[in-house]
Design a protein around this ligand. Structure first.
Ligand code: GLU
Length: 269
C-alpha cells in the first residue's frame, strides 16, 4: 500500500551524500555523479518536481587543496567549502546539461529556513526555479556559516527543504541499501528493515554515525531527518544511490530501501 503511493509523487527532495559522489581518494567522481544525475533525470522526465540537496563540497575542496584529513578549524573548513562548491556545481552543470536539465544553486543556512521572511523568500526562489523546470541544487552555505547559524548536516537540511517545497517524499540516497537492524559494516547478520512506523530508543540505538573522514552524520542524522520530515507529513525513503534504476523502481512501487512512514504520535517527539 505505502509503496504504491510512491508511484504518484509530484514533488521529491533527493539528498545525496558525499560517500556516493566521491572516489576513494576523496575526489568528485564523474561516473558516480553521473549515476545520481541519471536517477534525477528520470524524475524530471516524468514531470516530477525535483530538488537536489547535495553534499560533497567540503570533500571536493579538501581534494583540490590536497588535504587528506578533514580540518578541525572552522576557517579551514569554510575555505574547503568555498573551493569545493563551484567544482561540485561545475560537474552537475555539465552532467545535467547532457540530460537537457538546467540547474540553479541555492546555498542556505539555518537562519534562512527558520525566519519567516527569509523562509518565504527562499520558497519563492524555489518555486520560480521549479516552474521554469530548473533543478535547484541546494547545500548549506558552509563557506560563511558559523556553528550558531548552521543546520549542520545535509540530511536535516533536506528535511527542511522538503517542507519548504511541500514535497511528498524525501529520498535520501546513501551508500547502503537502507536502514538495518544493526550496523551492516560491522555485523554480517544485520537485516534490512523495509518499513519503519515509529522511531523509539531501540531504533535510535540501531542508527550509527559515520566513520568516513569526509562525511557527516551516518544513519543517526537520517533518522532525525525522517522524524523532522514526518512532522510535516512527509515520508522518507532511504535507499542505495549507487544502485542503478533506483528512481525507476521507486516509481514502480517496488520494495526498495527503507520507508519511514511514521505514526502520528511519533511525529511529535
Ligand atoms: N555541506 C557539506 C558539504 O557540502 C556536507 C554536509 C553533510 O554531508 O551533511 O560538504
Amino acid at each position: 500500500m505505502e509503496r504504491n503511493e510512491l508511484k504518484k509523487i509530484k514533488t521529491v527532495v533527493v539528498k545525496v551524500g558525499t560517500s556516493i559522489l566521491t572516489d576513494k581518494k576523496g575526489a568528485l567522481s564523474t561516473p558516480l555523479v553521473k549515476q545520481v544525475a541519471g536517477e534525477i533525470g528520470l524524475f524530471h522526465k516524468k514531470g516530477i518536481r525535483v530538488v537536489l540537496v547535495s553534499s560533497g563540497a567540503i570533500a571536493a575542496g579538501m581534494h583540490e587543496l590536497t588535504l587528506d584529513k578533514k580540518p578541525r578549524e572552522l576557517g579551514e573548513l569554510q575555505a574547503c567549502a568555498a573551493v569545493g562548491q563551484p567544482l561540485l556545481m561545475e560537474l552537475y552543470h555539465k552532467l545535467f546539461a547532457s540530460l537537457k536539465i538546467k540547474v540553479g544553486q541555492i546555498l542556505v543556512t539555518r537562519d534562512d529556513l527558520e525566519h519567516r521572511n527569509r523562509f518565504l523568500n527562499a520558497k519563492h526562489t524555489f518555486n520560480k526555479l521549479l516552474s521554469r523546470k530548473v533543478l535547484p541544487i541546494v547545500n548549506e552555505n558552509d563557506s560563511v556559516a558559523v556553528e550558531e547559524i548552521k543546520v549542520g548536516d545535509n540530511d536535516t537540511l533536506a528535511a527542511y527543504v522538503a517542507s519548504l517545497v511541500e514535497a511528498d517524499l524525501l529520498l535520501i540516497l546513501t551508500d547502503q541499501d537502507g536502514f538495518y537492524t544493526k550496523d551492516p559494516s560491522v555485523h554480517s547478520d544485520a537485516k534490512l528493515i523495509r518499513l519503519v512506523q515509529s522511531i523509539d530508543r531501540e531504533t535510535e540505538k540501531k542508527a550509527t554515525g559515520t566513520l568516513r573522514k569526509t562525511s557527516i552524520g551516518g544513519m543517526q542524522t537520517k533518522i532525525k531527518a525522517a522524524r523532522r520530515a514526518a512532522q510535516n507529513g512527509i515520508p522518507t525513503l532511504i535507499a542505495n544511490g549507487q544502485q542503478k534504476g533506483i528512481a525507476k523502481q521507486l516509481l514502480q512501487g517496488k520494495n526498495i530501501g527503507t520507508l519511514f512512514q511514521l505514526r502520528r504520535a511519533d511525529k511529535r517527539r
